[in-house]
Design a protein around this ligand. Structure first.
Ligand SMILES: [Mg+2]
Length: 255
């Protein structure tokens, strides 16, 4: 068996339930793993999401654990490390001003033209997340029930996605959550992030292990598997917890 010098995890439905904090049991297991090996968390979400779901729930073990964490929000277009007692953004590959303004203009014009530009919303419809422009039909803070009612079949979102994609073919336009469309650079997925991680840490991909819940061909973890990284497919955080509990003694024995 090859050496495992770093374990990387997807976040939603791998370490924590979707958009929710980690269970205390998973937090403890993750802390135990950090005693043995550095850990990366890589997800399409923002840093604030990483903090709320994972980091803020780690047992208070001082900075030693945190310094062994590699955080890659938005699929590795951003990279955070814990240095001098604080989380530092090491870099962010933001969209250029030109890319942002074309993305914002295209999505607003098409949404208005299609009749999808709502006047009663929960917060702003458009959000500049640096490396990503996000359209949320009902605003960022819309309640789940309202979001589900807006586009139950996903037809509006897909129609908008296609129209915007045709306007800005040099950028990636993806369906996001239930009412959202995300615009990023092309070619940004978790495989991109894992390659960046290998560059940044000097740990070859062959010495990494990736754990994710969507390693099936249509899943957002699949690009990591296609890249040739050793992968463990899990079905929810409890499954991840069992796997890591068994892995820790193996890693200790190897070390
Ligand atoms: Mg997932």
């Amino acid at each position: 068996m090859p050496e495992t010098r770093l374990v990387a995890f997807d976040l939603d439905d791998t370490l924590a339930p979707s958009k929710s904090p980690m269970d205390p049991r998973m937090s403890q297991i993750l802390a135990d793993l950090l005693d043995v090996v550095p850990v990366c968390i890589i997800s399409g979400g923002q840093f604030a999401q990483f903090k709320m779901q994972a980091i803020d729930n780690l047992p208070k073990a001082g900075s030693a654990h945190l310094e062994r964490l590699h955080l890659m929000p938005t699929c590795g277009t951003q990279y955070f490390r814990f240095e001098n007692d604080a989380w530092e953004q090491v870099y962010a590959e933001n969209l250029t001003e030109d890319e942002k303004s074309r993305a914002l203009a295209a999505v607003e014009a098409r949404a208005k033209e299609l009749g999808f530009w709502e006047s009663d919303t929960w917060g702003p419809i458009l959000e500049d997340r640096g490396s990503q422009i996000t359209f949320s039909a009902l605003g960022q803070a819309a309640p789940v029930a309202a979001k589900q009612a807006w586009d139950p079949t996903g037809e509006k979102k897909n129609t908008l996605r296609e129209a915007v994609a045709a306007d800005i073919p040099d950028l990636e336009v993806r369906s996001g959550g239930s009412t959202s469309v995300d615009i990023t650079r092309k070619g940004i997925d978790k495989a991109y992030g894992m390659k960046k991680l290998a560059e940044l840490t000097g740990i070859p991909l062959d010495d990494m292990l990736f754990v994710g819940d969507r390693l099936d061909e249509n899943g957002n973890d699949y690009p990591v598997k296609a890249l040739g990284v050793r992968c463990e497919a899990v079905d929810g955080w409890e499954d991840t917890a069992r796997f890591i509990e068994a892995l820790i003694p193996q890693l200790r024995a190897a070390a």
